[in-house]
Design a protein around this ligand. Sequence first.
Ligand SMILES: [Zn+2]
Length: 170
Amino acid sequence: MSIIKNHQIISRHGNLDLVVDSETGMKALVSGAFLKKGDVIIKFGAKEILSHPNYLTVQLDDNRHIHMNPEYLQFANHSCDPNFFIDTERMEFIALRDIHVGDELLFFYPSTEWKMDRPFQCQCGSPKCLGLISGASALPADAKSDYKFSKYILNKMNESYSTITSSAKR
Ligand SMILES: [Zn+2]
């Protein structure tokens, strides 16, 4: 399921195309190649490390939020039914399922973001769309088993769960 409809290619980067929706002006990443589930789509680095998140950063841990390098990767959009995952330890985009030529690359923002700087009302159109997306800290408990998360986010979820259960015992 693509977020964008009438896309025009702005620039090509190996297997990835940066595109723009000619009606809304929204940018997106589209695959220019067939990718198999588990494939490394691209490796990335940090162009800049910030101590606080903004709507373009990817969270590594409590105090590090990066602007990705290459920069066009920041235009990957969110979906509640993602087709790739950002591995923040290996610094790689990984295909979660087979991706075909022309498919938009979509990831689940809460899989790397604990508390997002700019929550938004999701309109991804997936039957399991979660609505308001504001980070992993606000996910309903039953959504947590449906997604792959970064190790940092998994640890945060386990910590906050044990805090809740231990305070409930008192
Ligand atoms: Zn959604």
